[in-house]
Design a binder for this molecule. Sequence first.
Ligand SMILES: *Cc1c(COP(=O)(O)O)cnc(C)c1O
Length: 491
Amino acid sequence: MAEVNFGLQEEAHDKRRTLMARSKPGRTGVALSASDVPPQTMPPSSMLRDDLELPEVTEGEVVRYFTYLSQLNFSVDTNFYPLGSCTMKYNPRINEAVAALPGFAMAHPLQSEGQMQGTLEALFTLQERLREITGMAATSLTPLAGAHGELAGVLTIRAALDARGQSQRMKMLIPDTAHGTNPASAAMAGFNVVSVPSDPNGNIDMEALRAEATDDLAGVMFTQPTTLGLFDRNAIEMCKIVHDAGGLVYGDGANMNALLGRVKLGEIGFDVVHMNLHKTFSTPHGGGGPGAGPICVVEELAEFLPGPVVKVHEDATYHSVMPARSIGRMGGYQGNFGVLIRALTYITLLGDEGMLEISANAVLNANYLLAKLRPVFELPYDRTVMHEVVFSAKRRKGASALDISKRLLDHGFHAPTMYFPLVVAEALMIEPTETESKETLDAFIETLFKIDAEAAEDENFLHGAPYNTPASRMDEARAARQPHLRWEPSG
Ligand SMILES: *Cc1c(COP(=O)(O)O)cnc(C)c1O
């Protein structure tokens, strides 16, 4: 029978109880220097509270407690993290070292261009590299996240259509497999979103697409590879249909791992592409950022890009400029500069050969999992995959996608993305990334077989997982309906 161990939960409670028990009135972890500003009167006592049961302990004890808590965090630096569509790959430490160089870390956005030539050259070089990677004409680095890049991209499409005198084009088509940010971005930019179904092979349904190619069509937002991890072979034909109808094609390139050095979305026919530097180009992410979602566009759209962008003059000096008919700024100054430098470091060090190795290994690892895990899961779209594979966990009673995900936590693995994309029942979306070794993948595979056997033996066992984590299974419905957002002293 499977091991169940509540040790970690007890340990976490113990640590807290010990900290509270060590509290002695007057013991303190800080020494404030004398105030050098005039004292102010306190707010009225009705606005103050004295019911916070905070322990009075030494600085060392506080540090130990918080360091203990920090070690309960899951991270890609501690364990395998196959969260589909999120590309939790290893972030090389050299990226950090370069971003921390004083010339980059201490640069101030209001310094004169004359003093900033090296920094501007770095930004220009990244613009050029992303332009080459996507096969496009121009880049803006300023969007601060993937979804922010989407918004910038569809606003650029809006501006280009208006400039063509085609403001009546309001309809944006989005496949039913798309990431939820796509329809949200299109709606924020004022478009009417129309969902397009997928065909039985997981590609966009071409008949449905043709039926929507009317004269109010603004364009399509398309993810390649799709969120099913598949390369949609209809993409070239799709671009042609949309272009012939007078629309433009937006490419969601958040996950470019499988394409690097092999496929240029610009050559397929896309007009705008955003990339997530914090996924494909290995800058740390999770917990809300910071990230970067640069966009690349074809020639016609370049003058509408958000600014500033960096241009090089004939005398080889670099200048930060707003494109002629820019949609404006997406944020302050040059975007998330530190993230941009990390991505540039990654791209530069790997070079062309390295880009090819990334895509080769990302695809190999995902297909290795596909081949090995066939006996455990259903495979709704039985095709060679790109950077990730989407299984269905509906084969075995007592082992839902949620149950399996929770039990994986007990074994030190992060859960895959689950219940997404919506077109797959009990979806488990697994993205191994190219940075994992065969041994790690084998351990993960072996664990999934073990979990499957546990469910076969006892239909109810997995419903209680996780058993060995500091917190056990949450009541997710209650957490959503009655959110508990304030810390309160517990008894
Ligand atoms: C992650 C992702 C996004 C959104 O990126 P954020 O940086 O989280 O805003 C958009 N589309 C796809 C396909 C993604 O995987």
